[in-house]
Design a protein around this ligand. Structure first.
Ligand code: NAX
Ligand code: K
Length: 215
């Protein structure tokens, strides 16, 4: 799994897996969350106070699922949510509902982000489509100003996964768990600087179906 893909390929492979093969989107999200969670534990981050900074796309849903996996382990975790939850993607709305069931605290204080020992960046992934401004930019600036370790999900938020360019402002992560394949933008100088150590997670999304190997 050493190849790197574009945003369009990532979106096409995801859609094929969900719509043609029939693996539900939530299953992929759970696998993405579990892979991120396992890397978080294996890399030995200080999990004394974890804050997941999530927006309302599917990247945010991955992060909210990670918060639940941490909470079930007894780890002190809270969620800083950006954007309007009523407009969240279907999967992310479901993850928010599950997070409420598990009574994961939501914080609106950037200070809680600043005082975290480890931050999970689940703001934007391959769906980033424009310059980052407003509350999103303020959160990313706060993440970058702390001493906390930062773990990005799929793509460091604010980085264009095709070009590696910073769209306004972007998270500087210690590590990034990226889904299915590396992204070509993360191989650029700027992309590498923002992604840190890249872990590639097998979530069941492939460029080829491998049907021949199971005959
Ligand atoms: N499609 C799938 O089934 C899977 C998706 N996964 C995750 O989902 C991500 C892609 O999810 P999405 O396609 O929902 O995209 P994202 O969650 O990356 O972001 C899209 C959302 O952000 C908004 N947005 C884009 N740029 C913005 C900006 N500059 N300021 C404010 N809002 C902005 C868009 O309007 C949209 O609501 C992947 O990177 C990955 O983390 C994984 O869960 C695996 C499976
Ligand atoms: K991210």
């Amino acid at each position: 799994m050493s190849k790197a893909i574009t945003i369009a390929q990532a979106q096409r492979y995801d859609a094929h897996t969900i719509n043609d093969i029939g693996i539900p989107s939530m299953v992929l999200m759970e696998r993405a969350a579990l892979a991120t969670f396992n890397n978080l534990l294996n890399d030995d981050y200080d999990l004394t106070r974890v804050v997941v900074v999530a927006a309302t796309g599917n990247n945010g849903g991955d992060g909210i699922a990670v918060a639940r996996l941490l909470k079930i382990r007894g780890i002190n975790v809270s969620i800083y949510l950006l954007g309007n939850p009523d407009k969240a993607s279907e999967q992310t709305q479901q993850q928010l509902k599950i997070a409420r069931y598990y009574q994961i605290p939501f914080t609106t204080e950037l200070n809680d982000v600043i005082n975290a020992t480890t931050i999970i960046d689940a703001i934007f992934g391959v769906g980033l489509s424009r310059e980052v401004t407003g509350d999103f930019a303020a959160a990313i600036n706060a993440i970058n100003a702390t001493d906390a370790s930062t773990v990005a999900i799929d793509v460091p938020s604010g980085i264009n996964a095709d070009t590696g360019a910073t769209l306004g402002v972007a998270v500087v992560a210690d590590s990034t768990t990226t889904m299915a394949y590396n992204k070509i933008g993360l191989l650029t100088v700027n992309g590498k600087h923002h992604a840190g150590t890249v872990h590639i997670a097998d979530i069941g999304v492939y460029a080829q179906d491998h049907v021949e190997s199971i005959k």
